[in-house]
Design a protein around this ligand. Structure first.
Ligand SMILES: NC(=O)C1=CN([C@@H]2O[C@H](COP(=O)(O)OP(=O)(O)OC[C@H]3O[C@@H](n4cnc5c(N)ncnc54)[C@H](O)[C@@H]3O)[C@@H](O)[C@H]2O)C=CC1
Ligand SMILES: C[N+](C)(C)CC(=O)CC(=O)[O-]
Length: 495
């Protein structure tokens, strides 16, 4: 994968700020230019929300955050950047001017993307000297979570540019989808405009209010669209007779009075007042940042669920997340196990809202998840990484004994440490893990036994020399530690 080395964001509002967060959280330094006096505060708030969302999204090791530097001019901002993203307001003359300025100041091999929601790239690149490297990279809000960027070339954009853009988006967890031919508003916003237009009519005609309309979407087809889109969903709706049957059955209703088709509502003051009042009644009790946080938590939940889709291979946006995590694991600097006479620190994590059960505390299987993630972290320390597993060897967990000693609450910062037990010989890796709250309270322990397995042979075998070379010093160092309180206990034994 080719990676972006340095990014520049021109315009740091809703979209430019979120692009900056996406780049920075993927470890890329970002130069920003936005003359708005509050731009740094706004970007800082978007970044804070993005960091919070990533904390819930993934256990994969994010790289050290890239630096976001505010520059005094556009010219200064684009220096050294190999991806420049323009996100200034949606006005053709303004964007054209800004893109031409970027073109003149940027290094010749830099890619230049525009966040425009609908302007034609041919129109945007008209005055550029090197229009072949300019394209539309239309993202969706919030850019730091939603993976899509519609990539649209203009008349002068080269095919290599679109290919390079697609390649460079993958390591930042995005999916660049190339749109074959330019058209105003591309694909996504044309669809959204159609729904939006019909929605405005339904409010205008007093068929329903904004809350009812949103309920209809979120309790039904909105959930379907997140995972299968339009055509795959309707293919299923055609039943065994398939898409042809669906078209025969539901095609005709397009010409019944089921839609207003292209009839555009007059967005006059009365309708604006009506929509604004209904929207205030629906959501006005919550501020914008609170709504963003709720949205982000929901999106994270959806993406994580989709990551488990298709038999664990990942589906839709979840598949993109799985690919991003694979990339993060692959590129993370390898940590060395430092054998010392103290348990190893393996994991640090916050209790997420979805981890809380009906008793108001962290639910049972999340303890198991913390211990499983910690044991994965132990394995990486001794060199059992993706390459090792791909070569046909791994450790399998065969027995665990968990004690839940105290309650973990929403937002608690949890840590897991492990002591390698002397019964370990490499083929067998037995550890005793402790889960504590940041204040030091012991919340749970887990005695954990893994066997080193050859996946091809389907049986336990000794590990490779490299792994053993890292593990043996840990076994030796921890052999001198006193046996942990609780090790070797049976279920139900009195405390
Ligand atoms: N808001 C949305 O949901 C989405 C917006 N977009 C597109 O992203 C672009 C930006 O939209 P938003 O971020 O929503 O607007 P915004 O109004 O939140 O941000 C625009 C920013 O550009 C800055 N700006 C104005 N002139 C500038 C200049 N000459 N140089 C540098 N910065 C300048 C403004 O100070 C402002 O901070 C538009 O093209 C829009 O169509 C794309 C996807 C979704
Ligand atoms: C409203 N909008 C046209 C700017 C929306 C988009 O372009 C994409 C989105 O995030 O919905």
């Amino acid at each position: 994968m080719t990676s972006i080395r340095k990014a520049a964001c021109i315009g740091g509002g809703v979209i430019g700020g979120a692009w900056a967060a996406r780049f920075a959280l993927a470890g890329i330094d970002v130069n920003m230019y936005d003359p708005h006096p509050e731009a740094a505060r706004i970007v800082g708030e978007v970044l804070a929300n993005a960091e919070r969302a990533y904390g819930m999204l993934t256990m994969a090791p994010l790289p050290p955050r890239g630096r976001i530097v505010f520059c005094a001019s556009l010219k200064e901002a684009v220096q050294g950047a190999d991806w420049i993203q323009e996100s200034v307001p949606e006005r053709l003359e303004l964007k054209r001017g800004v893109l031409t300025e970027i073109d003149a100041a940027a290094s010749p091999d830099a890619l230049i993307g525009s966040s425009t929601s609908g302007l034609m790239p041919t129109d945007l690149q008209r005055d550029m000297k090197h229009p072949e490297r300019m394209f539309v990279a239309h993202p969706y809000n919030p850019v730091y979570l939603l993976p899509l960027a519609e990539l649209v070339g203009g008349g002068k954009t080269s095919a290599e540019t679109l290919k390079a853009a697609q390649e460079k988006l993958a390591p930042i967890g995005m999916k660049g989808v190339v749109i074959k031919r330019e058209i105003e508003a591309f694909v996504g916003d044309r669809l959204l405009e159609a729904v939006w237009r019909e929605g405005l009519w339904l409010i205008h005609d007093d068929i329903c209010d904004t809350e009812t309309l949103d309920d209809v979407i979120r309790y039904s087809f909105g959930m379907r669209w997140a995972q299968m889109g339009l055509f795959e969903t309707y293919r299923i709706a055609g039943g065994e007779a398939g898409m042809r049957h669906f078209l025969a059955q539901f095609g005709p209703c397009l010409s019944w009075p089921w839609t207003k088709l292209t009839d555009v509502v007059d967005l006059d003051d009365a309708l604006i007042d009506k929509i604004a009042a209904q929207s205030d009644a629906q959501s006005g009790a919550r501020g914008i940042r609170e709504l963003e946080r709720i949205r982000d938590e929901n999106l994270v939940g959806i993406m994580q669920a989709l990551k488990a889709g298709d038999g664990g291979r990942g589906w839709g946006a979840g598949k993109i997340l799985a690919g991003f995590e694979k990339h993060l694991w692959k590129t993370a600097p390898k940590k060395e196990a430092r054998p010392g006479r103290e348990p190893l620190d393996l994991l640090e994590i916050k209790v997420h809202p979805s981890w809380i059960d009906y008793n108001g505390h962290m639910t049972e299987f999340r303890y198991a998840q913390c211990f499983a993630d910690a044991s994965d972290s132990l394995l990486r320390l001794i060199g059992v990484d993706m390459d090792y597993v791909a070569a046909g060897n791994s450790y399998y967990t065969v027995e665990t004994h968990t004690r839940l000693l105290d309650e973990a609450r929403l937002g608690d910062l949890l840590r897991v440490s492990a002591q390698i037990l002397p019964s370990s010989d490499g083929r067998k890796l037995q550890s005793f893990m402790s889960l504590t709250r940041a204040d030091g309270t012991l919340l749970a322990t887990c005695e954990h036994l893994m066997l080193h397995v050859s996946s091809a042979e389907g049986k336990a075998v000794p590990p490779g020399a490299d792994v053993m070379g890292r593990l043996q010093p840990l076994i030796d160092a921890h052999g001198d530690l006193p046996p942990p309180e609780g090790a070797g206990r049976s279920v139900g034994q009195k405390r």
